[in-house]
Design a protein around this ligand. Structure first.
Ligand code: SAH
Ligand code: SF4
Ligand code: F3S
Length: 468
């Protein structure tokens, strides 16, 4: 490969594998079967990372458990996207001092996006002495070494140096769900939206090699996956750093060409780089779900510019129009931020009018949260909190009404759904558009596609019956 992305060498990965074996031998010597608990916050990227952390723990001899109480290792995989997310982590981290008191051998680790913030690392160093090790996302692959050093040494260990960013292949991954697989196709982000901390804590954009991604997709399909979700902060810029002559649409086509009955989803698409080629590829390929998560963040071009989003209201709306023209059944979802610094009432109204125009199936709604180190945190923000809350409630009410309307229009229609589990007495399934459907059926349907007729609807989900 001639691109800019560096790959961790096999030699370095073998060294990590050896640390796993040494930790397993340590426990064998003690005559004990150690347990580990991993708690995940934040987005699907963190879910996928936690599967790797569990994979490395299992390779080190640990049995995964469902609670921190009594576990020999606790890993908190954290999210830094908003202040509230961080407060929750600090609260739960504080509570771990009690589980540790009851089980003094317990080793506590903090990783994920918060571990990429200097302020957080310093706070852990100074005020959370019960935390034994910290590693940022750049150092995920070195967790076996960190674990061994913490277990056998007396010192706390911090792997938090800000690395340029590389890719480590072949880390063992203990997947939560054999039916639905996360597949990371790239890491990091280059966009530096002015409100967002992700580029600072996850580093620069780097793409995995297509052959590695395809191999992973083949593996999970062979193991029974019926749905693959490709992950990246901005999947549309996949391949730009690779010199492999491949873009995201090409990658989608290559994955779709793998034999088998499965659906492909992906997130997140940035409107900046999404375009006709992607939508045409989605429209032409039956294995790609007709579902698009296309965050718009604001309906005001002035605010979008201040956010450094690189598109305006008109470009966003024309993208949606084209996507809907080639995929009339497209299910659209999005992210929106209310109360960006300096957002006026008129600009907020533009956000509402965009929502009314596009009519999303559902929205992820956020109130702006200033993140230290980002440009937006330094912008003047005269709007009082109460006013932001009022805007937020108004937006949510509008979206809920739209979701309800769209969902009620599904009643009477039949969809091919993937039956993915059980909730109390009912089975759960997802439409191709990603909508949740509950229906009565035999457990043997779990893991299969089924035709389901929608009989009822609400804001968040649908109910149905098996079609004849
Ligand atoms: N890479 C994705 C988004 C990842 S973060 C994209 O660009 O679309 C998920 C969502 O969190 C963002 O889309 C945004 O709506 C929200 N978000 C990010 N930073 C935020 C902040 N400082 N305050 C409030 N919401 C934020
Ligand atoms: Fe954050 Fe913007 Fe990157 Fe998304 S594209 S992760 S919002 S900087
Ligand atoms: Fe949170 Fe990091 Fe994801 S900040 S949203 S876990 S990329």
């Amino acid at each position: 490969m001639t691109g800019k992305t560096s790959v961790i060498s096999q030699e370095q990965l073998n060294l990590q594998k050896a640390f796993c074996e040494k930790t397993a031998a340590y426990w064998q010597n003690e005559g004990l079967a150690p347990t580990a608990y991993v708690e995940t916050y934040g987005c699907q990227q963190n879910e996928a990372d936690s599967e790797k952390i569990r994979g490395m723990l299992i390779a080190s001899g640990y049995i995964i458990t469902g609670a921190a109480e009594g576990a020999d290792v606790v890993v908190m995989n954290t999210c830094a996207i908003r202040e509230h997310a961080e407060q929750r982590v600090f609260g739960n981290l504080g509570a771990l001092s009690h589980t540790k008191r009851r089980h003094p051998g317990q080793k506590i680790f903090l990783c994920g996006c918060m571990a990429g913030e200097d302020a957080v690392v310093n706070r852990i160093k100074n005020s959370y002495p019960h935390v034994d090790g910290v590693f940022s996302t750049h150092h995920l692959w070195q967790f076996p070494e960190l674990l061994y050093r913490v277990l056998t040494g007396k010192k706390r260990v911090f792997f938090v140096e800000d690395e340029a960013g590389s890719i480590a292949e072949g880390i063992p991954q203990a997947r939560d769900n054999t039916l639905k697989a996360w597949v990371s196709i790239m890491y990091g982000c280059n966009n530096f939206c002015t409100y967002c901390i992700v580029p600072y804590v996850r580093g620069r954009e780097r793409s995995r090699r297509p052959e590695d991604i395809l191999q992973e997709c083949r593996d999970v399909i062979a193991k029974g996956a019926r749905e693959i979700t490709l992950l990246g902060q901005n999947v549309n810029s996949y391949g730009k750093d690779l010199d492999a002559g491949i873009d995201f649409s090409d990658l989608l086509q290559q994955i779709a060409a793998i034999p088998g009955d499965f659906l492909i989803r992906f997130m997140t698409s940035h409107p900046r780089d999404a375009g006709k080629k992607l939508f045409d590829t989605m429209a032409a390929e039956p294995k790609i779900a007709k579902q698009l998560h296309l965050p718009f963040q604001s309906g005001s071009s002035r605010v979008l510019k201040a956010m450094n989003r690189h598109y305006d209201r008109e470009k966003y709306l024309s993208l949606v129009e084209y996507a809907k023209s080639v995929m009339p059944e497209l299910v659209l979802t999005s992210d929106v931020i209310v109360g960006f610094p300096g957002e006026t009432e008129e600009e907020f109204e533009e956000t509402l009018s965009l929502i009314e125009k596009v009519r999303y199936d559902s929205l992820f709604t956020f109130i702006f949260s200033p993140r230290i180190g980002t440009p937006a945190a330094k912008m003047e923000d005269p709007t009082p909190k109460e006013e932001k809350n009022r805007r937020f409630d108004k937006l949510c009410a509008l979206q809920n009404a739209i979701s309800e309307e769209i969902h009620s229009s599904y009643v009477g229609k039949t969809f091919r759904c993937l039956v993915d589990g059980k909730d109390k007495d009912l089975l759960t399934a997802r439409t191709e558009g990603g909508r949740l459907v509950r229906f009565a059926g035999d457990d043997s349907l779990i893991g299969n596609f089924a035709q389901i007729t929608i009989t009822g609807s609400g804001t968040w989900s649908l109910s149905g019956t098996l079609a004849e």
